[in-house]
Design a protein around this ligand. Sequence first.
Ligand code: AHR
Length: 506
Amino acid sequence: MEKRFARITLDPDFQISRIDKRIYGSFIEHLGRAVYGGVYQPGHPSADEEGFRRDVLDLVREIGVPIVRYPGGNFVSNYFWEDGVGPVAQRPKRLDLAWRSTEPNLIGVNEFARWAKKAGTDVMMAVNLGTRGIDAACSLVEYCNHPSGSKYSDLRIAHGVAGPHNFKVWCLGNEMDGPWQVGHKTALEYGHLANETAKALRQIDPSLELVVCGSSNTGMPTYPQWEATVLEEAYDSVDYISLHTYYGNRLNDTNSFLAQSDDMDRFIGTIGSVCDFVKAKKRGKKDIKLSFDEWNVWFHSDAADQDEMANRPWSAAPHLLEDRYNFEDALMVGLLLITLIKHSDRVRMACLAQLVNVIAPIMTEENGPAWKQTIFYPYLHASQYGRGVALNTALRSSQHDTRDFGPVTDVESAAVWNPEKDEVTIFAVNRNLEEDVALEADLRGFPGYRLEEHIVLEHGDFKAVNSARSQAVAPKSVLARDLLDSGMLNSRLAAASWNVVRLKKA
Ligand code: AHR
């Protein structure tokens, strides 16, 4: 046996779940240059007649982002949605307390709906349960989803939008467990408010899918009691509970950094158990699903963000959360995507936070092009090839030691079978930084499949970054590393690499 090995078995009968494509969702918040200077920049050479950057739209469409959360994030907890509708010239400027920025309200819900249509994506809306409550949430849902014949639906029509937006997914606030949240609440206060809000919103539109706030991360002192208390209040009226988490190589220990994806795995397992506990306690019939609606690497911009918010005057669209991602961050994003796919029976929605300029795979230059960060690529590949049925691969892998987590697997992997296209895709990260791993995949359950492509992301420098001028970290095709014989695939996973092995029925 090879010293470094990974073995998987793929069979159409070993199914985890049909993947909800919305696990490849993303997020655009009124924060920094995500909206202004990101998706919207009238006057830019690529701007269309509505001021939306076509170069950004092209990249969003290339990924095939299925759903985008909007308008926040922390921003939503002090947002007055009415400021962002009606004649643009009459819209007020507001102080956004979350990010200490001036919100010009040039883009609001109707403009964002038009952008989403152009981007080919759905919208996951959030309501303000920080400074506002049931009343404002109801008026917003009525404005967006009620056809006509009521105060707010008629107001939308008067604003030039004849048909309802029919947004299906709504988040009941954002990170209400966090003391940083404007209008932060205890679990009991929030659970009660979320339940009453959900009941009222369903009166307006019974087809809504509602997401209640879980913990902001596993380090919160109230985790995971928060989820239990909130669900004991709101179990009957919600469909999903949210999970948020951000990782970072703060101590410059890449080995331990790449082991942090195991934390996401445990997080999902724990919250699934809390949901089942509450279901059992209530003698309930439905499973609460998970919406991992904020996840990413986020730490590079910490010092710059603190400086911007503490020492600069209020301004619109300041440079905030503009993390420049490197090669090892792309590996981590690949690992997190693999974790989401492996849990696709329970995680039915997820949002890479965020999409443009703010901790994002897509960056824009004010007077230049839109360009792809390193993390763009694993996200692109998962969204492109990760549609279909997630398979339980029974992975066995050699291990290596890490300072923070002890021994962890060299390889993390997920496999997706797309029966409609007769395709099978294996996603694998070799997180052993020094040694290649021999991958053996038993594909005898998929007779007639042949190797289509082996895409790899690898780089000699873990800190290598991309820019508007250089795509130093970009995928390449390496089919010579693979051999498929009598249903057994042998492949080489290079040390520290993201791999996408694609097979198709001949
Ligand atoms: O995505 C950036 C911020 O992270 C969001 O506004 C907030 O919900 C989270 O803390």
